[in-house]
Write a protein that binds this ligand. Sequence first.
Ligand code: AMP
Length: 419
Amino acid sequence: MSTFSAPKGTYDLIPPDSAEFLAVREALAAPLLRAGYGYVETPGFEQAELFSRGVGESTDIVTKEMYTLTTKGGDQLALRPEGTASVLRAALQRNLHRSALPVKLWYSGSYYRYERPQAGRYRHFSQVGAEALGAEDPVLDAELIILADDAYRSLGLREFRILLNSLGDKECRPVYRAALQEYLRRLDLDEDTRRRIEINPLRVLDDKRDSVQRQLADAPLMRDHLCEACKAYHEQVRELLGAAGVAFEDDPRLVRGLDYYTRTTFEFVHDGLGSQSAVGGGGRYDGLSEMLGGPELPSVGWALGVDRTVLALRAEGVRLDLAPGPRVYAVPLGEEARRVLFGVVTELRREGIAADFAFGGKGLKNAMKSANRSGARCALVLGERDLAEGLVQVKDLESGEQSPVPLDRVVTAVRAKVG
Ligand code: AMP
């Protein structure tokens, strides 16, 4: 072991688990590619103020969990804790919103939050996300929820649920907010929570403590305060999901940790994950662009957690069909054989056949052990006598059968054997 280890709350992805992680990332993105979302990549850090404005001054993410730093030049930067604010910033900066709307983008990358680490909650984690900018259309909200559902199902996940709610808009939300504040102010709550009532009362509903939840039983719900436009919009989203065969649960208490959500809000939860059960979530954020100094740009998006999706697969016992390792393992015996056989391996790879090689001058016994462990279908063994005769031994690692093949025909012979 070295003197160093990965920082608290982080972990290294190493083979073979890393292959599963990569496959999950690809599977989460695949439905987006089929639906016209373009790939976007933004820096791992941004001006800290982008997040304090975009995510919200009163959120845990901004007040407690952001990794901030001051550069030598005096800039206040933050490692990105989430993707939406950065993607919207990039779209506005590069004038994407001046082209045909909606602008549909997807991303994949690392995010950082200084959280209390536990199973499924890390300080460095991965998300695949999607944002559709510049259209207020219930079909778009439904599209995104359906695409996430497709992604999880394509991986073989079954034990997840979709929770759905509407958070209203700038017409009805303020009225509800005031009603909720009035209710909350009468409760027995600590100083911090009292402060939250004044800044972002909806988030009090999200408080996980029993002592708080007990007092919220009769709290007013947004559902009962939605204006006609929001009600109709939400009903359309629900109908579109139903028509697509996507099951969901209405959750009138669902609010999310970020301030910028309006109308459609949803979360994907997995029942095999314990307390960190959210595998993904998102919603509509019609006011965010203006909060960042941009024009009116109603938008909707989601982010799916790659780490938790991997955990969910394990919880359900789903094994992914991962790309196989080498099909062929080459074992040279002697200096000249190394040179010749490495040439064969290079040729095989160029022909699209995955091949590996016994590096480091291993003896026959050790090299054959590595060949068996590699999962390859056959081994190519080249000794000095075979070399002199222009032959290579092709050994079937399943049956143990071995036969000599002329060196200049080995690629054809191997292709016939491993497909
Ligand atoms: P959020 O931006 O908080 O809605 O997060 C979206 C998704 O990212 C969640 O549903 C999780 O799957 C994942 N996620 C968020 N925070 C963490 C974390 N600290 N560790 C692991 N995954 C996370």
